[in-house]
Design a protein around this ligand. Structure first.
Ligand code: PLP
Length: 416
């Protein structure tokens, strides 16, 4: 079989492999503490669910407009205009089957083969995959660990700009670090965008998963709405990950092309789900607020327990449902210097290490924890000069009793 050459450039989310490993381990009768999941173990708000069922019963089960149901586009344009302090109308909104489709459609619309695209690393792995799949060159920029936040390394970002650089991916309120841009960082990014004539994919998947204060979008800065495309999703705020609904929001000229891509790729997004989303935006927000309250409690518990483990230090981000603890000391303590060894040893039991060159096999039985998480390696290739080790702990899919039990076992394992 001759598979198309471009497929060689298609990446994936290796975090799904961690999930499969944890599921297999649990199927053998082991207890697993799922900190690897970027999904929520909470319910979609009842009013949203009911609106979806009603729409289905009302016959909203056929095709609808390629750009999305007009009422939803209008309501979303108003909502995003108010929260992002920018001016959007329904013509600026193309409804999508999830947040993720915006990524590929953005590159298809604005990137020519050979164009260079700046993207966050560590970051959501689909940027790199889609840039390279569509013939671009993915150029990473990193983060610097501060006292209370990870800051974008804007010096590195600027130093990576060349005459071929055309696009920038910004994921403020970031997966996996939970990083949030300060006003100064946003201003610096806006300055670079204008200076180097860039266009921006502003991935705002976690804009509403925020515990205190107000999220701010790059598009609120002068000149940025004209140069930015927002990735919007209903997945997180309304606990709708499996419903698959999101939107691309940006300049009309770009949105018109993206609507044409909708026609080519999926005709339209799921019709009745769009009525559930309308209810999410305009209906009672009591359950949505409760979701944030629940997540905040889990965040505090997880951060406190992680910081109580020798060799781990964890920043307390104000947004997302991810933590990016620095585990350099803990890994040194366990003598495991390879990310995958460390992750598997913590999950399983063995501390197996292979010296394949010498066909020498060593097995040391340590003590299992069942704690499952992703590591730095699931969020891009480590950058030159990176000498600290990080893992990603998601608290969106695990309840407080399991958080306590699992992190208790992790502490015992590392401190032993
Ligand atoms: N962008 C980021 C940063 C994400 O973490 C995710 C999902 O985890 C997405 C986009 C995609 O979201 P959706 O599930 O709505 O496709």
């Amino acid at each position: 079989m001759k598979i198309a050459e471009r497929v060689a450039h298609l990446g994936t989310e290796t975090a799904f492999a961690v999930s499969a490993e944890a599921t297999a381990f649990a199927a053998q009768g082991n207890k697993v503490y799922p900190f690897h999941l970027g999904d929520l173990n909470l319910k979609t708000p009842a009013n949203v669910l009911t609106a979806g069922i009603k729409a289905m019963q009302d016959g909203k089960t056929n095709y609808c407009a390629n750009a999305g149901v007009p009422q939803l586009r209008e309501i979303l344009a108003d909502d995003v205009s108010a929260s992002r302090k920018a001016q959007y109308s329904m013509e600026n909104v193309a409804i999508q089957p999830g947040g993720k489709p915006t990524i590929g459609k953005f590159f298809l619309t604005l990137m020519n083969p050979g164009d260079e695209v700046l993207y966050p690393n560590p970051g959501y792995p689909i940027y790199e995959s889609q840039i390279e799949f569509h013939g671009g060159k993915a150029v990473p920029y990193g983060y610097i660990e501060g006292k209370n936040n990870f800051d974008i390394d804007t010096d590195m970002l600027e130093s990576q700009i060349t005459p071929r650089t055309r696009l920038l991916v910004l994921n403020d309120l970031q997966n996996p670090t939970g990083a949030e841009c300060s006003q100064a960082e946003l201003e610096k990014i806006a300055e670079l965008v204008l200076k180097y004539d860039l266009y921006v994919l502003s991935d705002e998947a976690y804009f509403d998963i925020r515990y205190e204060g107000q999220s701010k979008s790059l598009v609120s800065l002068p000149g940025m709405a004209e140069r930015s495309v927002i990735l919007y999703t209903f997945s997180k705020k309304f606990v709708m990950t499996g419903w698959r609904l999101g939107a691309t929001i940006g300049p009309k000229e770009i949105i018109d092309i993206i609507i044409k891509l909708n026609v080519n790729e999926e005709s339209c997004s799921n019709h009745f789900v769009q009525y559930a989303a309308i209810e999410g935006l305009v209906g009672n927000q009591a359950e949505t607020r409760q979701v944030l309250k629940t997540l905040k409690e889990r965040r505090d518990l997880t951060v406190d327990l992680l910081n109580d483990i020798e060799g781990i230090s964890c920043i307390r981000p104000n947004a997302t449902f991810y933590l990016w603890p620095n585990v350099t000391g803990a890994m040194q303590k366990t003598g495991l210097t390879d990310y995958d060894d460390f992750r598997r040893t913590v999950l399983h039991e063995t501390g197996v290490s292979f010296c394949t060159r010498l066909h020498f096999f060593r097995r040391t039985v340590l003590h299992e924890t069942g704690v499952s998480f992703c590591t730095r390696l699931h969020f891009g290739r480590p950058l030159e000069g990176e000498n600290n080790y990080y893992i990603r702990m998601a608290y969106s899919g695990i309840n407080p009793p399991e958080i306590k039990e699992g992190l208790g076992k992790l502490k015992a394992f590392i401190e032993r």
